[in-house]
Design a protein around this ligand. Structure first.
Ligand code: ADP
Ligand code: NA
Length: 345
C-alpha cells in the first residue's frame, strides 16, 4: 500500500474560533499524532482562497501570520507536518489554471460555495448580473482551486467538515477527468469527515459559530483570556426553563453550551445528554461558570503558546514558514512536472 498523504487547509481569519478548533484543527492534530511514520501531512493557510472576497491588505497580512501561529499553538509540529501559506507555492495556481481549462461551467454553477458567500439563494444563476453583488471569476472558480490544492500534493486523505464534502467530490471528479483525458497521474482523495458536531453561535444559537458574524460576542477565540471567555459565556443566549437538559431543538442555547463543554473535554461524560443529566440541578449561572472554566482549562495552553509565538522572536515563525514552504514546494513541483509532461507543456 502506498503511504498516506493527508492534506487540509484553512483560510487566514486571524485567530480561529472554537468552532474551527473543535471542528477542524483538533482533528488535524490528532491525525498528526496518530500518523504512521511514512505518512506525509500537509496543512495550508489558504490565503489565495481568502482573496476571493475583498480583503484589506494590512489586515490580511496580519491574519496570515496569526493563522500560521495558531496552527502551531493548537499542536501542529512543524517538524512533523508541512505547514505553509498556499500563495507561497506557485504550483497551486498553475494547476488551478490547467484544471480550469477543462472545468465545466455548468457543474460549477450548481455548487453552493459562491451562492453562500454572496448570500444568494440555492437557484441563483451565475450570469444574473442584476444581483446586488456581481459574481467574480475567482469566487466561481473556488472549487477548482481547492481541487488543485489537494491534487497538487496527490493527497490520499482530506479531513473536512460536512459542509466541504461536495468540494471533495468535485476534486475526485476533476482528478478522474484528468487521468482519463491524459495519463493517470492524479490521486483520487478520500474524505475524512470530522466527527465533531457544529458549534453554534453564542448569541444566535440557531446559526453556526462563524468569524463572519459581526458580533464578536458570538464566538470564543482560541486566544481569549479566561475573563473574556467568562464574559462571553455569561452573555450567551439561553432560556428561562428551570434545570439543565440537552435538547438542541427546544433549547438550542443551553444545548450548545453543553456541547461545547463536552467537546472540550470528552472525559467529563459519555455523551452530551449524560453530561446535561449530571448538571441538571445547576442554575443557568452556575452552568455558565462551569462551561467557561472547562473551556479555559483546555484552551489555556493553546493561548499561552500562541502568545509566546506572536509576541516572541519573529524569526521563529519565519523559519517555520520557510521550512514548510521548502517541503511543500518539493511535493507540489513533483506533481506539476508530471502534469505538464502529460499535457504537452
Ligand atoms: P467560518 O465559518 O468561521 O468562516 P471556515 O469556513 O473558514 O469558518 O471553516 C474552517 C474550518 O472550521 C472548516 O473545516 C469548518 O468545517 C470548520 N468550522 C467552521 N465553523 C465551525 C463550527 N461552527 N462548528 C464546527 N466546525 C466549524
Ligand atoms: Na464558512
Amino acid at each position: 500500500v502506498a503511504p498516506q498523504v493527508i492534506f487540509s487547509a484553512i483560510q487566514p481569519t486571524g485567530a480561529p474560533h472554537l468552532g474551527n478548533y473543535l471542528g477542524a484543527l483538533r482533528q488535524w492534530v490528532k491525525l498528526q499524532n496518530e500518523a504512521l511514520p511514512e505518512t506525509t501531512l500537509l496543512y495550508s493557510v489558504a490565503d489565495l482562497h481568502a482573496i476571493t472576497l475583498r480583503q484589506d491588505p494590512s489586515i490580511l497580512r496580519e491574519w496570515r501570520k496569526q493563522m500560521l501561529a495558531s496552527l502551531i499553538a493548537v499542536g501542529l509540529d512543524p517538524k512533523r507536518s508541512i505547514i505553509f501559506h498556499q500563495s507561497a507555492i506557485p504550483a497551486h495556481s498553475e494547476l488551478h489554471w490547467i484544471l480550469s481549462c477543462n472545468a465545466s461551467m455548468g457543474y460549477l454553477s450548481r455548487m453552493t460555495q459562491w451562492k453562500s458567500k454572496m448570500a444568494l439563494p440555492e437557484n441563483a444563476n451565475p450570469l444574473d448580473t442584476s444581483s446586488k453583488a456581481k459574481l467574480k471569476l475567482g469566487l466561481f472558480s473556488y472549487p477548482v482551486l481547492q481541487a488543485a490544492d489537494i491534487l497538487i500534493h496527490r493527497a490520499t486523505h482530506v479531513p473536512v467538515g460536512a459542509d466541504q464534502t461536495q468540494h471533495l467530490e468535485y476534486a475526485r471528479e476533476v482528478a478522474s477527468g484528468f487521468n482519463h483525458l491524459h495519463t493517470p497521474i492524479l490521486t483520487l482523495p478520500s474524505t475524512i469527515l470530522s466527527p465533531a458536531k457544529r458549534i453554534m453561535s453564542l448569541t444566535q444559537p440557531l446559526k453556526k459559530m462563524s468569524k463572519s458574524d459581526p458580533d464578536p460576542k458570538s464566538r470564543i477565540l482560541i486566544t481569549d483570556t479566561h475573563a473574556t471567555i467568562k464574559r462571553k459565556i455569561k452573555s450567551a443566549l439561553t432560556d428561562s426553563i428551570e434545570g439543565i437538559t440537552y435538547d438542541p431543538v427546544t433549547r438550542p442555547g443551553v444545548s450548545n453550551l453543553i456541547e461545547m463543554m463536552y467537546c472540550m473535554d470528552e472525559s467529563v461524560a459519555e455523551s452530551p445528554v449524560l453530561l446535561a443529566n449530571e448538571l441538571k440541578d445547576l442554575s443557568m449561572r452556575a452552568l455558565k461558570e462551569k462551561v467557561a472554566d472547562t473551556i479555559e482549562l483546555h484552551i489555556r495552553d493553546v493561548r499561552e503558546r500562541y502568545e509566546s509565538i506572536v509576541f516572541g522572536d519573529a524569526k521563529v515563525l519565519m523559519d517555520i514558514n520557510e521550512e514548510g514552504v521548502r517541503k511543500a514546494k518539493q511535493s507540489a513541483d513533483a506533481t506539476l512536472k508530471l502534469v505538464r509532461e502529460a499535457i504537452g507543456l
